[in-house]
Ligand binder design. Structure first.
Ligand SMILES: *[C@@H]1O[C@H](CO)[C@@H](O)[C@H](O)[C@H]1NC(C)=O
Ligand SMILES: *[C@@H]1O[C@H](CO)[C@@H](O)[C@H](O)[C@H]1NC(C)=O
Length: 311
């Protein structure tokens, strides 16, 4: 965990834990739909979690909703008391004890960790729903045909999931200071990459872009790993951050967008079309590479913005 940003696996672990926490609350509201809540999912550190305190709508006589986590995503465990401790939601019980299979309302399976010889063998109680959870895009999600027609609900970042678990979400700020001070900027364009693959569209775009503008590169791919504790300061010291997704898939918009956005840095995105981003965040909160006919034109625009504060 020392070099969070330079380790894809570690990164996935933390993201999944944060997603699961969020997911648990969503699943709970699926069963108790009168509970309003609002989850800002920060994949890096869960310091932005907000709850609409509406717990009084849950009556004490409601039986607990039990969610069985069949396997820990990427093997990473987390506190099972989070429904209450993080979300102040009562009557929601998470468990990893497979003996509770018969009473569980939901059983959660994380795609990456599914083993076909490790699925439940007992008959399924009629009220129980099986939930297929996945945070990876299709290209990184090997299909298992024997698992077809097993699941009742999907939980993924996709908007058409039964339970949508996005990598982040914009919400209105409540309380605290309402003015935002732009952090001090010492760099123009930055990029952190842990996994280099020359076949990725983002690699090709970068190779071209760097001919026209200077890019500060970090991460394992560039032999400049970034320590977790330095991550936020680094991102916020850049005017622009290359939020380039490794896979171009519908709704696959990750912490690569949400982290700079939160840290006062303008994301330059490469991923699904602009329209897809605009379904999730305001259209003027980012720059899309598709807005420009070439990397050269994008570079010129960024240089123009660099010289013009009001723009
Ligand atoms: C939530 O609301 C209940 C009842 O109004 C109150 O007792 C409790 O302190 C509130 N919790 C938080 C975290 O605001
Ligand atoms: C869940 O899906 C399975 C397989 O399609 C089905 O047999 C079962 O009735 C469904 N359960 C619920 C609670 O909808």
């Amino acid at each position: 965990m020392m070099e969070l940003r330079s380790s894809r696996v570690c990164q996935n672990l933390l993201i999944t834990v944060a997603l699961l926490i969020c997911f648990s609350a969503i699943f709970y509201t699926y069963y108790q739909p009168n509970v309003n809540w609002n989850c800002i999912n920060d994949p890096k550190i869960s310091d932005k979690t907000e709850i609409v305190n509406n717990t009084e709508t849950v009556t004490q006589t409601d039986p607990d909703t039990i969610l069985l986590i069949w396997m820990w995503p990427f093997g990473a465990k987390f506190d099972l008391g989070i429904c209450r401790s993080m979300y102040n939601i009562h009557g929601c019980r998470l468990t990893d004890n497979r003996d509770q299979f018969k009473s569980a309302h939901g059983v959660m399976f994380h795609h990456r960790d599914i083993r076909e010889d490790d699925m439940p063998t007992l008959p399924r109680p009629p009220f129980q729903k099986w939930i297929w959870m996945n945070i990876e895009p299709p290209i990184n999600s090997a299909p298992y045909s024997t698992l077809n027609n097993l699941f009742n609900l999907t939980a993924t970042y996709r908007q058409d999931s039964d339970i949508m678990v996005p990598y982040g979400r914009i919400s209105e700020k409540t309380g605290g200071s309402t003015t935002f001070k732009i952090p001090y900027k010492s760099k123009l364009v930055c990029w952190i990459v842990s996994r280099w693959n020359s076949n990725y569209k983002r690699s090709q775009y970068y190779e071209n872009l760097k001919q026209h503008i200077s890019i500060e590169t970090y991460g394992r791919s560039f032999n400049r790993p970034v320590r977790n504790e330095d991550y936020s300061d680094l991102i916020s010291s850049c005017k622009f951050y290359l939020s380039f997704e490794n896979s171009i898939s519908k709704d696959y918009i990750t912490e690569k967008l949400y982290n700079p956005l939160k840290l006062g840095t303008v994301p330059v995105v490469l991923g699904p079309p602009r329209k897809n981003y605009e379904e999730l965040i305001p259209g003027n909160a980012f720059i899309h590479v598709d807005d420009f006919s070439s990397p050269k034109e994008l570079a010129e625009h960024l240089k123009l913005l660099d010289q013009n504060e009001s723009l």
